[in-house]
Ligand binder design. Sequence first.
Ligand SMILES: [Zn+2]
Ligand SMILES: [Zn+2]
Length: 83
Amino acid sequence: MNGFDALLLLLDALNGSPDPDGTHRHQCTECGCIWEHPNSRQGDGDAHTCPGCGFNDGGPWWHYEGPDAPAYVEGPDGYPMAA
Ligand SMILES: [Zn+2]
Ligand SMILES: [Zn+2]
């Protein structure tokens, strides 16, 4: 494998399956609160209940990609940790 193929493989991994050790962010459509949690909690309803106001629209839960820092960061057990 040459270096270019290796790069393509890497890009594919980034686009395809999310890193289970990584995290992603959401923004509440009701109160604007931003929170972050591990990718392993994808599809978990509890993890997608807004930690600020308790709102949960049932999904699909769009990822927040903006520049603002999250107000809450959830660990693998679902409990918010200090951001
Ligand atoms: Zn999520
Ligand atoms: Zn909210």
